[in-house]
Design a protein around this ligand. Structure first.
Ligand code: MTE
Ligand code: HPA
Ligand code: MOS
Length: 749
């Protein structure tokens, strides 16, 4: 099936927040945010701004009827700063005016005063000061002492990865429309409509049932709208609630980049040991996570780093600790991979460093340590249906990796102005929200009298194609064409208490709920058909919009069947509820079975470095990916390609920089470089590993949103190996992103 949105996207007719026709009298809210990174005793004079013609009202924490709080996991984040500010960009007030332009002019008239405090942007200093967002956590397996005893080679080192701006094409935004009796309909560009509803209700001090959150689609989220879409929605609602007028808050690109959190920068200090035959004996690693000014989702992200710290390898003895540190930057948040990529980068750095020091190719170390069936992860779950070795061997064979490596080496022996490097990146990513209680979803399916269908789920469409998959599930179960089915907006009144669309689980959780609801409807319809045909229901099925009896097509069409069912007063609506089976986690022991299954894969990457200029191209990425039984290969392939490029961007050119005063320097697309069409490798191949799929995956089609982000890591090591080929004396650093500037400096170090 084609993406259900492809035509409207192509025609520019798809509706995002800013495309919703505005109701007459709509007002605009502009956020006034802190110009300093750390201060107390705020004295802010709004007088002149308030008097500016066209300004309706300026809202501060004093106007909040309920709780001034947006923190989802830990209540450490006010909607509007009260007496202190902790980062540049922290919201302090909302200027509501007749137009955005007026609000912007008025903003300049606000006079800020405060007592400034020391600014900390370095998480390592924050750690020294014991400035933690939450207490550290440690996962352990085996015994480090045994590992050390059995090790012939022991390698110690450090790696670091930087932040990343989400750069969703649609910036954060929301539109709040007051209804009668103080109720609100809230349009929000959010991955988590229920969080928006719940937190807005708490802020307004009204029950959740007074707020209807409606989401058509997002122009991208990538995790950045999992919970950081909430403040803007709450602000618009606050103003709408008090003024009884529709209010829109839609961030400009500059405001969005300045005010919102990013991927968490991490550092890792590791020690790793190997036996004589290069089997990993132990891995001890301490991560420092830069959480920004408040907890946001950092505790959950820390958890996924712990879960993914051993990458795709079996390590019998390991001890993994993460410290989550508070700094004076915007609270960092969910971003594709959710702490997993940072864990992967550290273990791959450790292996690469060991390979350099021992003097063997890293692929040799990687390959013999890949997870195999029944291997235990540090969190207690065992690898089942492990495809790490299978995908590695398949990639080796399909892509002639041995030949390619020879060609790279030959190229390097003949050239000095250009050097090539390659890497192989294995993937093993756990699917489920790490927080077990979040793994459930519901769907509502209506069959209308004319045979057409409307489906509502908790899933948010953000470009990944989840709506298309939901339609496919219903069409498949009911035996009808997808063009009979409409996917409705995601709406908290139709489907309540949703988890955000995240953790790559949107299609699995919501798809299973659709499958259940459609399955119930099918049973009922088969009963109706069996009455009509005077025959047993076992012999009946529906296909191609016809009822079949004993494998023969009957005269009864889908439409006829529905009409008959309706006249017989049969219930033509159903709600499905799904909760992932078999998952659990015991935090007191840090052991359990947190994931429904794992996704595997292997990427081969080649880079070419210009040794005069330091610039480089990622030339080739060839991927064998475990899709299970993909239900929509084009969509899934698009996810792999998109994740790959986003991953390459993170590790190569995207560099977030704050100055020592906490001011974001890379605050626009002129200073923050993201991959464009020219950064896309000339050769990107994505092929499916032939597997059975997994019963916990929707129609055995495995989750695909985040895992392939990990393949981007290959770009780092391919470039690094090209540098090494030019400058063998270079003592490799594992500090991403490996920008062109960094490459130039390393070539001649
Ligand atoms: N693809 C597009 N086009 N836009 C997005 O915002 N978000 C990613 C991924 N792919 C995203 C995307 C992230 S972070 C997640 S968790 C998954 O999609 C969520 O959707 P799913 O659960 O349906 O895979
Ligand atoms: N992944 C993504 N988002 C989340 C998770 C997770 O595991 N847990 C809570 N939010
Ligand atoms: Mo994705 S980071 O789980 O929204």
């Amino acid at each position: 099936m084609k993406n259900t949105d492809s035509k409207s996207h192509l025609q520019g007719k798809s509706v995002y927040i800013d495309d919703i026709p505005e109701i007459q009298g709509t007002l605009y809210g502009l956020v006034y945010d802190s110009p300093v990174a750390h201060a107390k005793n705020l004295t802010i004079n709004y007088q002149k701004a308030e008097n500016y013609p066209g300004v309706i009202q300026i809202f501060t924490y004093k106007d909040i009827p309920g709780e001034n709080q947006t923190g989802a996991i830990i209540k450490d984040e006010p909607l509007f700063a009260e007496n202190e500010v902790h980062y540049i960009g922290q919201p302090i007030a909302l200027i509501v005016a007749e137009s955005e332009r007026i609000a912007r002019d008025a903003k300049k008239l606000i006079e800020f005063g405060a007592e400034e405090l020391p600014v900390i942007t370095d998480p390592i200093i924050a750690k020294k000061n014991k400035n933690f967002l939450i207490p550290p956590r440690t996962f352990k397996i085996g015994n480090l002492k045994d590992g050390i005893k059995n090790s012939k080679y022991i390698v110690k080192g450090q790696s670091e990865t930087g932040g990343q701006e989400h750069l969703y094409l649609e910036t954060q935004g929301s539109y709040a429309v007051p209804k009668e009796k103080g109720q609100i309909t809230l349009y929000s560009s959010t991955q988590g409509p229920t969080s928006v509803q719940k937190i807005t209700a708490q802020i307004l001090n009204i029950p959740m049932n007074q707020i209807e959150v409606d989401v058509n689609r997002l122009g991208g989220g990538f995790g950045g709208k999992e919970d950081q879409a909430t403040p803007w929605a709450a602000m618009a609602s606050l103003a709408a609630f008090i003024l009884n007028k529709p209010v829109k808050v839609s961030l400009s690109r500059h405001d969005d980049i300045r005010m919102t959190g990013k991927r968490h920068p991490y550092t890792a200090d590791y020690t790793i040991g190997f036996s004589d035959d290069l089997k990993i004996q132990f891995y001890e690693v301490e991560f420092i996570q830069d959480g920004g000014a408040s907890a946001d989702l950092s505790p959950a992200i820390m958890e996924r780093t712990l879960l993914h710290a051993t990458g795709s390898y079996f390590i019998p003895n390991s001890e993994i600790t993460v410290f989550s540190c508070r700094t004076n930057t915007p609270p960092n948040t969910a971003f594709r991979g959710f702490g997993g990529p940072q864990g992967f980068f550290a273990i791959e750095s450790a292996l690469q460093q060991a390979a350099y020091e021992i003097g063997v190719p890293v692929n040799q170390i990687q390959k013999i340590n890949l997870l195999t069936e029944g291997d235990e992860f540090p969190y207690g779950q065992k690898a089942e249906h492990a495809e790490a070795v299978n995908s590695w061997l398949t990639a080796e064979k399909k892509f002639n990796i041995e030949e390619k490596i020879k060609a790279v080496n030959e190229f390097n022996s003949l050239n000095t102005d250009f050097k090539k490097g390659y890497s192989i990146t294995p993937l093993c990513f756990g699917i489920s929200f790490t927080n077990t209680v979040m793994n459930h979803a519901r769907a509502l399916v209506h069959i209308y009298q004319d045979g057409s269908i409307g489906i509502s789920t908790g899933a948010i469409e953000m470009g990944q194609g989840v709506n298309t998959k939901m339609i496919q599930v219903a069409a498949y179960v009911l035996g009808i064409s997808s063009n009979k089915i409409k996917i409705e907006t995601t709406n908290t009144t139709r489907v309540a208490n949703t988890s955000p669309t995240a953790a790559s689980s949107g299609a699995d959780l919501n798809g299973k709920a659709v499958e259940i609801a459609a399955g119930e409807l099918l049973k009922r319809l088969i009963d109706v058909a069996s009455n009509m045909l005077n025959s047993k229901s076992e012999n009946i099925f529906i296909n191609d919009e016809f009822v079949f009896l004993n494998n023969e097509r009957t005269e009864i069409t889908w439409n006829k069947l529905i009409e008959t069912a309706f006249l017989k007063r049969i219930k033509l609506s159903e709600k499905g509820h799904y909760a992932t089976p078999e998952i659990w986690f015991d935090k007191s022991k840090e052991k359990g079975h947190p994931f429904a299954y794992h996704v595997y894969g292997t990427a081969y990457t080649e880079a070419k470095v210009d040794t005069l200029r330091g610039i480089y191209d990622i030339e080739t990425v060839e991927i064998i990916h475990d899709f299970g039984k993909s239900m929509n290969f084009l969509l899934d392939k698009g996810q792999v390609e998109g994740a790959l490029i986003q991953g390459i961007g993170w590790l190569t050119i995207e560099e977030i920089k704050y100055d020592s005063n906490g001011k974001l320097l890379s605050n626009a697309l002129s200073t923050y470089k993201v991959p464009d069409i020219n950064s896309v490798p000339k050769n990107v191949t994505v092929e499916a590993l032939d597997t059975e799929g997994h019963k916990n995956a929707i129609l055995k089609s495995k989750a695909v949103g985040e895992p392939p982000f990990i393949y981007g890591i290959g770009a780092y090591f391919a470039v690094l190996n090209a540098i090494k080929a030019f400058n063998p004396k270079y003592s490799a650093e594992f500090s991403a992103p490996i920008t062109h500037e960094k490459v130039l400096m390393s070539l001649y170090k």
